[in-house]
Design a protein around this ligand. Sequence first.
Ligand code: NCD
Length: 325
Amino acid sequence: MFHVIDPRVFERPLLDELCALATSARLLAKTDAGARALRDLLPTHRAMLYFTQPSTRTFLSFNNACHILGMRTSEIRDPSTSSEVKGESFEDSIRTFSSYVDVIVMRTKESGRAAQAAKLMNGIPRPVPVINAGSGSDQHPTQALLDIYTLQRSFEDFGGIDGKVIGMMGDLKRGRTVRSLCYLMKNYKNVRLVFIAPELFAMEPDVKAYLDQHKIPYTETSRLEDALPTLDAIYVTRMQTEWDTAGESRNIDLSKFSIGAQQLARLKRDAIIMHPLPRGAEIDPTVDQDPRAMYWRQERNGMWMRVAVLIKIFAAENRIAEIAS
Ligand code: NCD
């Protein structure tokens, strides 16, 4: 594993390995000796966190994942503080970051930027891996990995992800998390997807074509109440209002795409509710008390999955196995 750009390259054995690594690191960190051993794993490695688009969870979880492994971090979050304002090109900026660090984790408003950075790295003498931490409304591969980890943990005693019916609700058109998660579904047997969205924000044809190509069945509906009893998991997303050009998401009746007490009553007893967060009105805060609410655990799983990704990129997985034994 070197760059992490496009979720489509992930195959089942690697997904299983990353989930197992995340669990090993998570369990190790529970003891002082284990936490110290993790901190001794990559103390000479440095990461650049280049996040020019807003981020709370992804930034903090990568930052803390680095620190758990003993790595040091540098960051640029506001492009007005970098030489890009002096007219430095994107390529020159990325090449400069790479001179000082061993991995670049990046989030941008434009799609395709992380791929562009990775391509640039492939052509220079000292390339460093690039991790896409969110590229416009297109992809968010490490979110999809942590979502898989959350699904896998939740269904551990129920046969795993294979055979599950997974609902995805909200702004499926402009939400990069659901787009990336759909791509990973090709790795699981007999999964069925149910897209629950207002017509204006339905899943895009490119993702549907990919699902067709990989024979992953999906249905589309705008009637949450009908879909709810059929689901093993519901992945709720917010309206991505920042992409509105004329306030188009303001006219949506969000109550039809939200989870509250009424919807909980129709959901299976052992189903789970996920959300990449941040949430808007689409999940009532009272739902947090319900044992099926998985989003706060999902958020924390993100840090462990990012620990796993870094371990794998720097080929330290054998050392984890040694420490664990
Ligand atoms: C998501 C994102 O940035 O795409 N947040 C996250 O990384 N957890 C989801 C969102 O912003 O709606």
